[in-house]
Design a binder for this molecule. Structure first.
Ligand code: AMP
Length: 212
């Protein structure tokens, strides 16, 4: 099954993606994670992506489409994949339709207030990338990852100036994809406003949508 996860930054896509990927045994492909890894390794793509990411802007379509195409050609995508954070523009969605057939698009929805709270409190492990939240998903020891003991940091683009910009970019450039996929009859809307303790209910709604 080939799945796309849509939703505003901060809606919790990364958290849901990890669970869905385990249930269906398909790889989670996050373009944001691919760019962050490239930045860490100081590759050419990483250097190019960094200037856009720090400002909360989208990395140009040509660069993004190329990395996704290369990733989807890998063997582990043969039995399905889940895209988290791609496509984010109509041009990317058109390019994706040439690369692969998408079976279902899950659109996660929550109010702006919830989104801003999730983004501003988010902390990520600088080593393994695991996501925490100062109130909603606190680590056992403040500032330290439960899994690998790496240091928890706040992403540069989770700081207030970038959050506003990313939400604007989402509304202008990515939200039109909801209608784009609705017209193709493959969109399912999922209420993601429930608190983290109820993440299993959200995942159960996802399973219903994927198995209907
Ligand atoms: P994310 O972790 O999905 O919130 O992505 C972090 C940042 O990576 C975004 O704000 C963009 O700068 C960049 N990025 C991730 N995915 C894409 C995409 N599909 N198109 C353009 N830029 C992207």
């Amino acid at each position: 099954m080939n799945i796309v996860l849509l939703g505003s930054p901060g809606v919790g896509k990364g958290t849901y993606a990890e669970k869905i990927s385990k249930i269906y045994s398909i790889p989670q492909i996050s373009t944001g994670d691919i760019f962050r890894e490239a930045i860490k390794n100081e590759t050419k793509v990483g250097l190019e992506a960094k200037s856009y990411m720090d400002k909360g802007e989208l990395v140009p379509d040509e660069v993004t489409i190329k990395i996704v195409k290369e990733r989807l050609e890998k063997d582990d995508c043969k039995n399905g994949f889940m895209l988290d954070g791609f496509p984010r523009t109509i041009a990317q969605a058109d390019a994706l339709s040439e690369i692969s057939k998408i079976d279902k698009v899950l659109s996660f929805v929550a109010d702006d207030e919830i989104i801003i709270d999730r983004l501003s409190g988010r902390r990520v492990c600088s080593e393994c990338g695991r996501i925490f939240h100062v109130k909603n998903i606190p680590p056992k020891i403040e500032g330290i990852c439960d899994i690998c003991e790496g240091k928890l940091i706040q992403r540069e683009d989770d700081k207030p100036e970038s959050i506003k910009k990313r939400l604007d970019v989402y509304k202008k450039q990515t939200a039109p994809l909801i209608d784009y996929y609705k017209e193709k009859n493959i969109l399912a809307e999922i209420d993601a406003s429930k608190p983290i303790e109820k993440v299993d209910e959200i995942i159960s709604d996802v399973r219903k949508a994927l198995e209907e």
